[in-house]
Each structure stands twice: as structure tokens, then as C-alpha cells.
Design a protein around this ligand. Structure first.
Ligand code: NI
Length: 220
């Protein structure tokens, strides 16, 4: 009898402590939801990549974070599932042209065609109308603005991740330069970029940043 009572008291104690621990965890999760209203956007160009884009999507899903992918049209067909997954998981998908051309070096109609060809293949795979374009090399003109209905998206922090392939360097640069409204340029084509991006998410969420897709930063 006493033994049983002791067991029950012990069980109640364990449940009580477990409850406290869960509440603490829930409170910590709440604290990650941007108390100061600071917003920041991670953007990835030149993908998708069959290995690294998938790893990135897994890490973002774990963290409940949405980013913006500026996809090359020429890479969509061989990575259909990844592009569909981006759309299903709420990431923004934009055009990075069909074959990564410097748009201002082309005749206007050809340049527009490069942008729209990517939009068409993306629409075919995702069912979405594409509304945003990031021009390769940031090369853009007034004439292009007039000739396309897409919104052009540049960046405010260039990580040069493709050049250094050094996660520590990328993380420390971004943590130093980040501010409300920053748009971070990265490429989902390197292990170091995926590693850095997820570390950036973890660090900046702790600083009260909310990661958003670029449409949430653009009031048009
Ligand atoms: Ni590019």
C-alpha cells in the first residue's frame, strides 16, 4: 500500500516537472517571434541544386523559415520536385533568367524573353504566376522595368559565398551587417552556403529578427 502511494507521488512529481519543462520550451519558442518587428530576407540565386537545395529546404523547414529562391529556368526541368517543394513549403520563387545572361548586353526583346522563359517553366511546374525577378550580376535598366511587369529585386548584403565558400566568414559578415529590412544574397549551390544560412537563421532569430520572403519587404 505505502509502496503504491510512493509510486503515485513519484509519478505525479515527474509529470509536474515535465510540464514545467514544456512550458519553458513553449516560452522560448514564443520569444523567437520577432518581438521588435525586425524583418530580414534570405535570398538564394542560381539554383536549384539537387543536393544542397534539398539540404537547405530541410533545415529551413525544421526552423519554420521562409526564404526567396531566384531560380534559373534551365535548372528547373531536372529539379522539378525541388521546385515544387519550394512552392509547397511557402518559399517565394522568382526568375533569375533562363540561362544566367547579363540582360543589359542583350536586345530588349531577347532580354525580356530570357526572364519570361524562366517564368513560364516555373509556372508550369508550380502553377504560380511569377512576380519577381533578380537579374544576374544585378544588371538592369529602366527599359527593362518598362518592358516587364515583374518587380526587380536586388540585395543589400552580398555575402560573396560563391567566391570564398567559407561558412564562418559568411556568418560573421552577415551578423555584422544585418539590419531591419536587409536582403541577403546567397547561392544554394555550396555546402558552405547552406551551413552558413542555417547558422544565420539561428543567430538572428535569437536577436529578434523574423525571416520573411522579399514580397513582405516590398510595398508596391
Ligand atoms: Ni546568378
Amino acid at each position: 500500500m505505502w509502496k503504491q502511494k510512493g509510486l503515485v507521488i513519484c509519478l505525479v512529481g515527474i509529470l509536474f516537472v515535465a510540464g514545467l519543462w514544456r512550458n519553458q520550451r513553449a516560452w522560448e519558442a514564443d520569444a523567437l517571434v520577432s518581438p521588435e518587428g525586425k524583418k530580414i530576407a534570405l535570398t538564394f540565386d542560381d539554383g536549384p541544386h539537387s543536393k544542397y537545395t534539398e539540404e537547405l529546404l530541410d533545415g529551413l523547414k525544421e526552423r519554420g523559415v521562409k526564404v526567396s529562391f531566384f531560380v534559373l529556368g534551365s535548372r528547373v526541368v531536372s529539379n522539378r520536385e525541388l521546385v515544387q517543394r519550394m512552392a509547397e513549403e511557402g518559399h517565394l520563387i522568382g526568375s533569375h533568367t533562363y540561362s544566367h545572361v547579363e540582360l543589359t548586353q542583350y536586345e530588349l526583346t531577347e532580354a525580356v524573353c530570357e526572364i519570361e522563359q524562366a517564368c513560364e517553366v516555373l509556372k508550369e511546374v508550380t502553377g504560380q504566376e511569377i512576380e519577381y525577378v533578380r537579374p544576374p550580376y544585378g544588371s538592369w535598366s529602366e527599359a527593362l522595368t518598362d518592358a516587364t511587369s515583374l518587380t526587380m529585386v536586388k540585395w543589400t548584403i552580398d555575402t560573396l559565398d560563391w567566391k570564398y565558400k567559407d561558412a564562418d566568414r559568411i556568418v560573421s559578415q552577415v551578423l555584422k551587417e544585418a539590419q531591419d529590412g536587409s536582403i541577403i544574397l546567397m547561392h544554394d549551390r555550396y555546402a558552405s552556403s547552406v551551413d552558413a544560412a542555417l547558422r544565420i537563421v539561428d543567430a538572428l532569430q535569437k536577436e529578434g529578427y523574423e525571416f520573411v520572403t522579399v514580397d513582405e519587404l516590398y510595398v508596391d
